[in-house]
Design a protein around this ligand. Structure first.
Ligand code: IVH
Length: 674
């Protein structure tokens, strides 16, 4: 096949996968296959630079750094819309009444298209003969800025339209950052002590106005189309809702949260139903938009002072508000992490009254320069806990106080440490700290830890709140009478829990070590520790240097273990658990013993019909193997069961040996014999 043809084929296929992944949210091929196509295209374009075009999917990663953005005069001005902030019914009624008054001839209910009002940045995408040629911001409505390079980095925006070769089709819509992408981005920045984004809207706007497209490409952005600009050589349908249907067919992302409604009551109904699910949406919206659906009626209605008479934005309560920060309290979380929490002058934000908001950590307070007494910006969006996102420094009163992180835990008095390179300060109280107790108990009882059936979060809440359980050992002091006296607890269930507790006493060292909830000690480290030291005493007495001898244990994990057993409260808890009957088989240190599969890394994928993945994993581990979650060059063997997917493909690509289930069983038997 000629190179040019192969390149065209690859581009079309990659764009199809992009559309499936970013627009339809339904990836059609495993990532590895996508990467393979992408690399093939990149290689061909490098060998044949004359065939490289700006609309190739490889050019989405961002071109050269710009000096500034060129002005773009909009062929059709980008207007704004009037806003109704009233209650759900009056906003809808006001609009419907205005439309009826303006359309004197129209009798009966008017048809509207109802959409979401996305909270991002308005963008005009210009397609000529189906190819994206330019993208511009709204600017002052007449003239915007050319941000084509940055827009190309947004994967859900098609570089080519599907089945539309109109001479000109300008598509208008909103670039936004999803809440998940926003939160992830900020979390990463926070961990690295870097500047966070204030909200997704600023994240979107800031990225689009970023002069280095490679930086813009790193910010995860999305897009929804909601209308048209200049159109030449395409016959418009009769209604706005049909325009949106067509844009979707062309491959553009159009939000499916839209309906065609008739009359004011249905508009209000849409407002109400969207308000109810606002928190659950994956992105910020600041209201809904109603548009007269018929394009003929739209034309008849026309404009008043730069705003169309045929559309209105019906707003929701704002997700950001100003209020006064009265105090900063420090809360202790599950892992002992200390989180500074702002105590606020109560404020109605994002639909509820908020009086607490997180400040994340000490560095972030410093970076945002938050003082007690300041006027702050509070954000509450989605189901994420409210946060303080900024300060109005010019409103700082005299006597405002800076924040100081306490040096001892406010709950249990243990000392607080902050490790190098860590953003969080932590309480070292561990199991002794009441705040950490509930989560510690739940972790202890978990399936992969002590596996205490029936001990769920409701029961743990009751037991801790009613002061029945103060520490892990108290679990084994529970009796049927105490449990049965709890609300909503029948005698039978109480007996079941006591039985489950009894059963859990028969443990293994690795489960017990994992169950203790030592920071940075997950299931696999617990197994390494048990295998290396063989008995609890040796683990408890190990120095950091000795711990570093264990395969896969680094300095951070070693220090966490030393710190944990260094606290006398924790040693006491361990002792009591043993006294109460928790036991396991102890071994001499096996650190030196070489097991048949020591040093080998396995990956399990697909369904293993005869034993299940959990059993295969524990049998492999008992033979000294490590079982990893993903395939890499370091993987020694992939065990592929029925319906194995991308991991199998990856193993084939990397030439990693592959066993089927029968081969695994055979090998396990042989190793277990030896
Ligand atoms: S239609 C002539 N539809 O809200 C009508 N705008 O003032 C033009 N917006 O910044 C706008 N979601 O970017 C329309 N579904 C939607 C919208 C929407 C968000 C933004 C738009 C502009 C502002 C309107």
């Amino acid at each position: 096949m000629p190179v040019a043809q192969r390149i065209a084929q690859l581009r079309a296929e990659i764009e199809r996968h992009n559309h499936a992944y970013y627009v339809l949210d339904a990836p059609a091929v495993p990532d590895a296959e996508y990467d393979r196509l992408f690399r093939e295209l990149q290689a061909l374009e490098t060998q044949h630079p004359e065939l490289l075009t700006p609309d190739s999917p490889t050019q989405r990663v961002g071109g050269k750094v710009l000096d500034g953005f060129a002005p773009v005069r909009h062929a059709v001005p980008m207007l704004s819309i009037r806003t109704e902030t009233d209650t759900e019914s009056s906003g809808a009624v006001n609009f419907d009444t205005r439309v009826h008054n303006a359309l004197e001839t129209q009798s009966g209910d008017i048809e509207y298209n109802c959409e979401l009002k996305f909270d991002g940045l308005a963008i005009n995408l210009r397609y000529e003969r189906g190819v994206l040629v330019q993208a511009a911001t709204r600017g002052d409505g007449e003239t915007g800025e050319d941000v084509t390079q940055n827009i190309r980095t947004i994967h859900c925006i098609p570089l080519h339209l599907n089945g539309c070769s109109a001479e000109v089709l300008e598509v208008r819509g909103e670039v936004y950052m999803s809440r998940r992408d926003f939160n992830r981005y900020n979390e990463k920045q926070r961990e690295q002590g870097l500047q966070t984004l204030v909200n997704p809207r600023n994240g979107a706007a800031g990225s689009i106005r970023q002069l280095d497209p490679a930086l813009a490409a790193r910010r995860p952005l999305s897009f929804y189309a909601y209308g048209l600009g200049e159109v030449k050589g395409w016959t418009l349908p009769g209604t706005h809702s049909e325009i949106l249907d067509a844009l979707r067919r062309f491959g553009l992302p159009v939000c499916e949260e839209r309906i065609v409604a008739r009359g004011a009551a249905e508009l209000a109904g849409f407002h109400r139903s969207v308000a109810a699910k606002r928190d659950a949406l994956p992105f910020d919206i600041d209201g809904v938009v109603y548009k007269v659906n018929s394009l003929k009626l739209q034309a008849e209605l026309g404009f008043v002072s730069r705003e169309p008479r045929w559309a209105v934005a019906h707003k929701f309560p704002a997700e950001e508000q100003l209020t006064v920060l009265r105090d900063i309290e420090v809360q202790v979380g599950r892992t002992g992490k200390l989180t500074p929490v702002a105590k606020l002058e109560p404020i109605f934000v994002g639909g509820t009254t908020v009086s607490n908001a997180t400040l994340h950590n000490e560095d972030e307070i410093r970076r945002k320069d938050v003082h007690i007494g300041d006027t702050v910006i509070v954000r509450r969006a989605g189901d994420v806990i409210p946060e303080v996102v900024g300060v109005l420094a010019e409103r700082r009163p005299a006597g405002a106080k800076p924040f100081v992180m306490p040096t001892v835990c406010p709950v249990c008095g243990s000392h607080v440490v902050r490790e190098e390179g860590e953003a969080a300060a932590r309480c070292t109280g561990g199991l002794f700290c009441a705040a950490q107790r509930k989560q510690a108990i739940l972790h202890f009882a978990g399936r992969r830890a002590m596996d205490i059936e029936g001990l769920g979060d409701k029961l743990v809440d009751q037991l801790v709140d009613e002061n029945i359980i103060h520490s892990l050992p108290d679990l084994y002091r529970l009796d049927v009478a105490t449990l049965a006296a709890l609300e909503r607890m029948a005698a039978k269930s109480a007996q079941n829990i006591v039985d489950a507790l009894e059963k859990s006493k028969h443990a293994t060292l690795n489960r017990f070590l994992f169950a203790l909830g030592i920071r940075n000690v997950g299931e696999s480290t617990a197994k390494d520790l048990a295998r290396h030291f063989g008995n609890l005493q040796a683990v408890m007495q190990a120095t950091a240097e000795q711990l570093l001898q264990v395969s896969d244990i680094g300095p951070i994990v070693a220090q966490s273990i030393v710190d944990f057993f260094g606290e006398s409260h924790n040693r006491e808890v361990v002792q009591q658990l043993i006294t109460l009957g928790v036991h396991w088989e102890e071994h001499e240190s096996t650190g030196a013993r070489v097991l048949p599969l020591s040093g080998k890394t396995f990956v399990l994928t697909g369904t293993l019909a005869s034993m299940g993945r959990d059993e295969a994993k524990s049998r492999l581990e008992a033979l000294g193997a490590k079982v990893a979650g993903s395939v890499s060059k370091k993987t020694d063997c992939v065990v592929a069961g029925e319906e194995a997917g991308s991991k199998l493909i990856r193993a084939q690509e990397l030439n990693v040996p592959i066993w089927n289930e029968a081969e695994l069983i055979q090998q396990l038997k042989e190793c277990e014999k030896s």
